[in-house]
Design a protein around this ligand. Structure first.
Ligand SMILES: *Cc1c(COP(=O)(O)O)cnc(C)c1O
Length: 386
């Protein structure tokens, strides 16, 4: 008889040793978010340039209060799937606001952005269909694409001509075609050519789905009439949850067929109330909402990098070791900037990923840029990412 507990542990230890050897092992570090920009870790206070809390709304008093009030009134959990008993009245208020913001007829709120993507994609396309995915699309888009059982082909990053070639060759072999891309790329901060992709989709009778996880609330996007617009409530919105904005029939189909919607518990009322309060706040404060991008541009200007298109700025350094060392240097100077390594980014493109938020003091952004100039750029010969 084999002792399966022992063989399982040996398997796990072997995998972990291999991650260690490649400097790819990750650790959970207890992080006290003292306020919306400062974090205490291992007893050390650091200014964070690694949170996705672009508008620092996770700790905004008005939004916290809205969450507490809803929790007192409706309880800490929703008690069931939204299709059974979990559909408390705050959902329709949030969905109405999201749909209006995105210029769509309707919206559907999910438990998270990840759950949204793995639910929406297989509900729209299946075995006989074609999926074209930008090679740098977020992990949960790939997960949803794989779950669909359709034929998945990647196109070169933001390369509309490549996507066009693939459609010209393969579109006719499939019943439906779906193109998938991040709107703001999560590890690169650049934007998808949404207008050109929309044109391409219409030429080939394909559908387009964009993931606006990092755009909602911080980028003034002109409505593109993208038929499937998903995103998250966990970044600039500061709360938690995912959503799809689309036409009424599409949203109705998703509510019936997206398995991560049907078979998962609805979000807690306090979370939904926080998202509603955050959307109201953003609508009232456009100048404040523009600040993360302005800080990112201050940073790229100071370093002579290509002008930031979003609040995310990558500094590609090459191997994992170099990125980790750079992160340590910044940490010693009081900055928290996570090193991003494979498999989150392609091998050889390990990087520092900076996220800028509304409350970052301009002087600290300058100090950070100066430190990178003096301590990090001279130590790496790797070409800069553009
Ligand atoms: C963060 C992120 C998600 C996942 O959203 P969660 O709400 O955190 O599950 C999906 N897509 C992109 C592009 C993201 O950056």
């Amino acid at each position: 008889m084999v002792n399966t507990a022992t063989s399982l542990d040996a398997f796990a230890r072997g995998k972990l040793a291999s991650l260690d050897a490649q400097r790819l092992r990750r650790q959970l570090v207890e992080s006290h978010r003292d306020d919306a920009i400062w974090i205490t870790r291992n007893g050390k206070r650091l200014l964070s340039f690694s949170c996705n809390d672009y508008l620092n709304l996770t700790q905004h008093p008005e939004i916290v209060e809205a969450s507490i009030t809803a929790t007192r009134r409706w309880g800490v959990g929703s008690g069931g799937s939204r299709l059974v008993t979990g559909n408390h009245p705050l959902f329709s208020e949030l969905e109405t606001k999201l749909a209006a913001l995105k210029g769509c007829e309707a919206a559907c709120v999910f438990g998270s952005g990840y759950l949204a993507n793995i639910g929406i994609i297989p509900a729209i396309v299946g075995k006989s269909d074609l999926l074209l995915v930008d090679e740098l699309a977020h992990a949960c888009i790939w997960a949803g694409a794989a779950l669909s059982g359709g034929r998945v082909i990647r196109f070169s990053h933001n390369n509309v001509a490549h996507a066009a070639d693939l459609l010209a060759v393969h579109r006719h072999e499939h019943q439906h075609a779906l193109m998938l891309t991040d709107h703001v790329f999560s590890m690169d901060g650049d934007l998808a050519p949404v207008g050109a992709l929309m044109n391409l989709a219409s030429q080939h009778d394909a559908w387009l789905m964009t993931d606006d996880a990092h755009g909602l609330g911080v980028l003034r996007t002109t409505p593109h009439q993208v038929p499937l617009q998903m995103g998250t409530l966990s970044k600039a919105i500061g709360a938690y949850g995912g959503y799809l904005c689309a036409s009424r029939p599409v949203v109705e189909l998703i509510r019936n067929r997206a398995r991560s919607f049907v078979y998962s518990t609805g979000l807690p009322p306090g979370t939904v109330a926080a998202a509603i309060a955050a959307l109201d706040f953003i609508a009232r404060e456009p100048a404040y909402a523009a600040r993360p991008l302005a800080r990112a541009r201050q940073f790229t200007l100071a370093l002579g990098l290509p002008e930031a298109e979003s609040p995310i700025v990558p500094l590609v350094l090459g191997d994992a070791e170099t990125a980790l060392t750079a992160s340590d240097i910044l940490s010693e100077a009081g900055f928290l900037v996570a090193a991003i390594r494979p498999p989150t980014v392609p091998p050889g493109t390990s990087r520092l990923r900076f996220t800028f938020t509304a409350q970052h003091p301009a002087a600290e952004v300058d100090r950070l840029a100066a430190l990178i100039k003096s301590r990090i750029l001279p130590a790496t010969a790797a070409p800069q990412h553009s």
